[in-house]
Ligand binder design. Structure first.
Ligand code: ADP
Length: 607
């Protein structure tokens, strides 16, 4: 158990690339078992019973050989042929049925387990803060989740079948061997220790290589996924060859690791094989010698040899158990690494439930930097009055988006505080706070699902009519209706089947349907052409009425009518006022922005 702590500490420093050895095998096994056995008690009982039946019938097959030889062939008891043959048939029949039931039950439990961990991981990922996501590549994360959960399932199924089937079968067969010939058994069992030594050696090697292999595979899958996602850029910049070379190295390395694992883990094979050959040969020689010289009935020896041969498979599997388990545990460990991501990386949620009033937003001497030593906002104070519109302008990198994300509580101020309706954002329950905010981000993200689903993410209980009304206001209704299945058209990955402007209109519709008292618009209309921008602008103006709005924009049409415009430079507010008032200051920052074309005027709109 004491090995758990370093793993957690390490997870904090690096989300994906880890270097320490996996947590103690036993501790990990105990954890996986305690988390899963309870939920599948009935299924596991059934599986264990079936596996026991398989073990018993296998031992029976070896045991009956004595009677086959002694009674039928040696004593020529014709009357026993029927009953012995029938009992062999029955044993194999029962064994077949039990194997089948066991295999199906095991697969079902495995699938249920995978599903459970997928849900658990997904909901855990939702709680992790932005610091985790900025240090983790999403494609690698996805690959890792997909691959590694199988590890936990394999740990369970490997161990259970090893113990319930292989170990019990082996014990049964060794029992038959001892019963049939105790002296021979002793000589056959001396192959045990060398086998165990080999396994221990192989296991140590496999653990390290398996971890490298898992890591390289998730990087490989991640790289492929990223390349496919960015295919337009890849082709436009003719990056194909460079990427191919890069991928080639990863592929070669992955292949090399896979080969290495095979070479090392298969090392148990020849050793087991040689030792088994040695044992069988010894038994045949000694048994034959006794039968020929002392006239002992051959039945016992034959049954013994059958048991020995049948024991080979379960023994080999048991020998490889730890090796396979080791591989599965490496995967399982990586899943737990994410699940154990400590509170430092998880988003800390406040206890106080937000009570919205007018929606007044206030920054009081806020200093914040993504890296503590590099402040992005410097001692910044502002007030966005309830129901009014505040526009943020300034060169890119000034910190405008950071202000918006801090209103959402994505980041905490290093000093100062942010109040919404007098309540400190740092202590507010995130869900209650964000429930009162509609946000349109610079990148218009779309998710798996139809157009309707994507708008409805704004407010899950919105009716179809409300969704369509929002789309109409966002100037999206028209193009949606032209899509093959209208509102029920599935969107491609991240909305790749619609244009940038259309995506933006969909995300505006999502914000409209949310109907929240606070509206945050971060370059919400930047991808729209002048014509649709003007239309969406009208819709947004309607939406902004009686809502507190913080809008970041470069277009004068968006900013002009704001109640207050704040001009930002390098994390500070350098000017504030209305459009007309600010323009009057001839050498002011706003006038300069205007003169240098940083603020974009629309055709036909006088500035
Ligand atoms: P604006 O919206 O005015 O263009 P931002 O608020 O996006 O400015 O960014 C302000 C500064 O913070 C920039 O220097 C940017 O590089 C930095 N920054 C923004 N987001 C992050 C992030 N997630 N991690 C680190 N630095 C960031």
């Amino acid at each position: 158990m004491n090995t758990k702590k370093p793993a957690i500490r390490e997870a904090k420093t690096s989300a994906l690339v880890t270097t320490t050895a996996p947590a103690g095998t036993r501790a990990m096994l105990r954890r996986i078992f305690s988390e899963n056995i309870g939920s599948f008690k009935k299924e596991y009982t059934l599986i264990v019973i079936c596996l026991l039946i398989v073990a018993v019938t296998t031992a029976f097959a070896a045991w009956i050989m004595r009677d086959v030889i002694d009674q039928i062939f040696y004593s020529k008891r014709a009357d026993l042929i029927g009953i012995i043959s029938l009992s062999i048939m029955a044993a194999f029949f029962i064994r077949g049925i039990a194997s089948y039931i066991q295999a199906v039950a095991m697969a079902r439990v495995g699938n249920a387990m995978v599903a459970r961990y997928q849900r658990r991981l997904f909901s855990h990922l939702m709680t992790l803060g932005f610091d985790f996501y900025s240090s983790t590549r999403s494609a690698q994360l996805a690959a890792r989740i997909a691959e590694n959960i199988g590890g936990i399932r394999d740990v369970m199924s490997t161990t259970i079948s090893a113990f319930a089937r292989d170990l019990v079968t082996l014990i049964g067969l060794v029992g038959v061997m001892i019963f049939q010939d105790p002296v021979l058994s002793l000589s056959a069992l001396i192959i045990g220790p060398p086998l165990l030594i080999t396994v221990a050696y192989v296991m140590r090697r496999v653990r390290a290589i398996a971890r490298q292999a898992v890591e390289i595979n998730s990087r490989l899958l991640g790289a492929m996924q990223e390349t496919v996602q960015g295919m337009t850029i890849v082709k436009a910049f003719t990056m194909e060859q460079q990427l191919e070379q890069k991928l080639d190295q990863l592929v070669a390395y992955a292949e090399n690791r896979a080969n290495k694992i095979a070479a090392v883990s298969e090392r148990t094979g020849p050793v087991a094989e040689m030792l088994a050959g040695f044992a069988v040969a010894g038994v045949v020689a000694y048994g034959g010698y006794r039968a020929l010289h002392y006239g002992q009935s051959p039945g016992a020896t034959f049954s013994f040899i059958t048991a020995l041969l049948l024991a080979y498979d379960p023994a080999r599997r048991l020998a490889k158990l730890q090796v396979n388990l080791e591989r599965a545990l490496v995967n399982a460990h990586m899943v737990y690494e994410i699940l154990d991501m400590p509170a430092g990386q998880a988003e800390q949620d406040g206890q106080t439930v937000f009570k919205p009033a007018k929606g007044e937003i206030q920054f009081e001497n806020v200093t914040f930097g993504y890296q503590p030593e590099l402040p992005v906002l410097r001692d910044l104070s502002l007030i966005a009055k309830g129901g009014k519109t505040l526009a943020l302008v300034g060169p890119s990198g000034a910190g405008k988006s950071t202000i918006v994300s801090m209103v959402l509580g994505f980041h905490k101020p290093q000093t100062g505080q942010i109040l919404i309706d007098g309540q400190d954002v740092a202590h507010l329950n995130r869900k209650s706070l964000r429930g009162s905010i509609a946000y349109v981000s610079q990148q218009a993200y779309m998710f798996e699902g139809t157009v309707r689903d994507n708008i409805r993410y704004g407010r899950p209980d919105a009716s179809d009519a409300e969704v369509e009304e929002a789309a109409r206001l966002a100037e999206a209704d028209e193009f949606i209706r032209l899509m093959p299945q209208g509102y029920d058209t599935p969107l491609g990955e991240n909305g790749s089947t619609v244009s940038g402007g259309q995506r933006q209109r969909l995300s505006i519709a999502r914000a409209i349907v949310r109907n929240a008292p606070i509206l945050l618009l971060d370059e919400a209309t930047s991808a729209l052409d002048t014509e649709s921008e003007r239309k969406v602008q009208t819709a947004l103006e309607g939406l902004m009425k009686n809502r507190t709005t913080i809008v970041i924009a470069h277009r004068l049409s968006t900013i002009k009518n704001a109640d207050v415009i704040l001009v930002m430079e390098e994390g500070r507010i350098v000017e504030s006022g209305t459009h007309t008032a600010l323009l009057k200051r001839k050498n002011g920052a706003y006038a300069r922005l205007n003169a240098t074309g940083t603020l974009v005027a629309e055709e036909g709109i006088s500035t």
